[in-house]
Write a protein that binds this ligand. Structure first.
Ligand code: 0X9
Ligand code: ZN
Length: 297
């Protein structure tokens, strides 16, 4: 393993090397576990960061569900760096999956920079949209049964090894999860459920309030005075069923479930130049800090 820097985007093996380095260098606070394998056999590596306090609340963070959204794994590894550096004062346990779609991510480096889905081989087209494959309201609005579409939902809920591994991880985890954060790009949104339909969960005011607080702090920390819009996912963006956030809230009963769409608003889109990694990652970290303090109240 080896250290990491945030002036360029990194390939999968680099990110995994960094996770291994952290686990070897800081064994008291970090451990890496593979929660399963992707469809092409890549491990799905989760880093646990904890200073060993018992009964600490836990936060799940994932990145890279969509392969082309490179800023997501980059920001997530930056968050990891901060949490490890400041692990002495942490009162929360973090479970972090920086690359939820490792095959797709590798594919964007090698063959097609704008690939979104996983790499399941289909008869006509390849790939399942992992963020349509989770098992709450699977198959609803904003999903496709056509394997050639970018929003192909797969043959059934959790048909994909990547989403299934996340489900199994939660089924076997005893941690006390209070927040579930998925980082995506782009658009600069802090989205909360529901995504499947323009309805609101009963406690949406709490999610809205924490989201607004996060947006404010992101503006302050990011450096470029960046604005993030906070709102219900289906209303603010579009309805899309089978997302990780809806599943986490509805079935795992994790209160603070968010999808955060990082920079930008469309100038570069998925091709965000590397000089924006650090300012964007600072914003992402600011959101995590706000959510971390919110769950303790
Ligand atoms: O469509 C998505 O999966 C997300 N946007 S992206 O441009 N990164 O693809 C938004 C997902 C919001 N959450 C749900 N619809 N559940
Ligand atoms: Zn996405």
């Amino acid at each position: 393993g080896h250290r990491m820097e945030w002036t360029s985007y990194h390939e999968l093996n680099d990110i995994y090397g960094y996770l291994d380095y952290l686990a070897n260098t800081y064994p008291d606070v970090c451990s890496v576990q593979s929660i399963g394998n992707s469809i092409e056999g890549q491990p799905l590596k989760v880093l646990r960061i904890s200073n060993g306090r018992t009964n600490a609340p836990a936060i799940w963070i994932d990145g890279g569900i969509h392969a082309r959204e490179w800023i997501s794994p980059a920001a997530v590894t930056y968050i990891i760096d901060y949490l490890v550096e400041n692990s002495d004062v942490l009162q929360t346990d973090y479970y972090i999956l920086p690359v939820a779609n490792p095959d797709g991510y590798r594919y964007t480096f090698k063959y097609d920079r704008l690939w979104r889905k996983n790499r399941r081989k289909g008869t006509l087209c390849s790939g399942v949209d992992l963020n349509r494959n989770f098992g709450y309201r699977w198959g609803g609005q904003g999903t496709s049964s056509n394997m050639c579409y970018e929003t192909y939902r797969g043959s059934k809920a959790f048909s994909e090894p990547e989403t299934n591994a996340i489900r199994n991880f939660f089924e076997n985890s005893l941690a006390n999860y209070k927040a579930y954060i998925s980082f995506h790009s782009y658009g600069q949104y802090i989205l909360y459920p529901w995504g499947y339909d323009q309805r609101l969960p009963p406690d949406y005011r709490d999610l809205d309030a924490v989201g607004l607080e996060a947006a404010e702090y992101m503006k302050y920390e990011g450096g470029d005075n960046t604005k993030y819009i906070v709102g219900n996912s289906a209303i603010t963006l579009y309805p899309a069923a089978g997302g990780s956030d809806d599943w986490a809230k509805a079935l795992l009963k994790i209160k603070y479930a968010y999808t955060i769409e990082l920079r930008d608003t469309g100038k570069y889109g998925f091709l965000l130049p590397p000089q924006y990694i650090i300012p964007t990652a600072k914003e992402a970290l600011a959101a995590i800090k706000v959510i971390t303090s919110a769950i303790r109240k």
